[in-house]
Write a protein that binds this ligand. Structure first.
Ligand code: BJW
Ligand code: ZN
Length: 251
């Protein structure tokens, strides 16, 4: 797939880029996307029904077991060419004193593993677990928990520090993501269906503020109609090309 000339120019002349990623970028690392059918043991459950505070209240054992198995999958996953390309773009932009912000809806931590230094995690992290009673949180990088739900020293139940439907997103992350969307002149939306709010609104925020919109996705989404450039393809194929174009400017 060829990158249109006007986009090449925009990438090389633009001093302010904001990128937002979704589950599609990690699909090539073997992590199923949210709206794909879940595999194996969990194929019969609808993720949208497990990712709620109500589901956790009803059946904390089932919900924490599901998240713990997904945590294992995320810990053993390796970042792919798409994640690495975004880390390279961050360096290229920052080295020349330009502005680059990476926002992700993903909870898998793969952008950091790929070397991205500054990542705004809108939906939290599956590695971090917190107590619902005393709020104490810590990263969990070891094997599966022994009991479900896992328990805090205080006796309270622990849950993944992710954002479920009906919960508020972390305030600082939303503030930074909104500012980045308002102030960029190129906004890249990568591997997201764009149906979950308020993340989906960031693209509109950028558009209304005057940014050009680029979408990278093998399938059209509701956002495709707003995009100035729709690059149909996998993140791992398209993003390395964009990174290479960005890096070429430095020379
Ligand atoms: C590839 C590819 C490849 C495949 N390369 N691409 C306004 C309107 C309507 C509803 C609402 C609204 N405002 C709020 C709501 C309610 C709700 C919501 O949005 N509902 C909609 C579903 C209708 N939002 C919320 O509840 C949010 N909270 C909130 O608004 O608080 C305020 C409030 C409080 C109280 C009452 C009312 C309001 C919270 C949302 C939290 C979302 N959490 C999840 C789960 C995280 C933990 C977990 O993983 O289990 O986050 S849901 C899930 O969706 C996950 C994802 O981050 C998120 C987005 O999904 P994503 O990343 O787009 O993945 P997919 O699978 O949908 O798409 C993958 C895409 O990749 C596809 O397009 C593929 O084609 C593509 N792809 N391979 C590139 N190789
Ligand atoms: Zn506790």
């Amino acid at each position: 797939m060829n990158i249109p000339d006007e986009l090449i120019q925009a990438l090389q002349q633009t001093a302010r880029v904001t990128v937002m990623t979704g589950a599609g970028i990690s699909q090539e690392s073997g992590i199923p996307t949210f709206r794909d059918a879940m595999e194996g043991l969990w194929a019969k459950y609808d993720p949208a029904e497990l990712a709620t505070p109500e589901a956790f209240e009803r059946d904390p054992e089932r919900v924490t077991r599901w998240y713990d198995e997904r945590r294992m999958k995320c810990l053993s996953a390796r970042p792919n060419a798409g994640h690495h390309a975004l880390a390279r773009m961050e360096s290229a932009f920052q080295d020349r004193g330009d502005y680059f912000v990476l926002i992700t809806q993903n909870i898998d931590g793969l952008h950091r593993s790929a070397g991205s230094r500054d990542v705004i995690e809108l939906h939290g992290s599956i590695r971090r677990w917190r107590c619902v009673a005393c709020n104490r949180a810590r990263d969990e990088d070891g094997g599966l928990f022994e009991t479900y739900p896992p328990r805090c020293e205080c006796g309270g139940m622990r849950r993944p520090d992710v954002v479920w439907f009906g919960e508020f997103l972390p305030e600082a992350a939303v503030r930074r993501a909104t500012a980045a969307s308002l102030s960029c002149n190129l906004f890249l939306s990568v591997g997201t269906s764009g149906v979950v709010y308020p993340a989906a609104d960031l693209l509109n925020t950028a558009k209304v503020a005057g940014a050009k919109i680029v979408e990278v996705n093998p399938e059209p989404t509701p956002a495709s109609a707003f995009a100035d450039w729709m690059l149909p393809g996998r993140a791992g194929d398209v993003l390395p090309k964009l990174a290479e174009i960005t890096e070429r400017k430095r020379m």
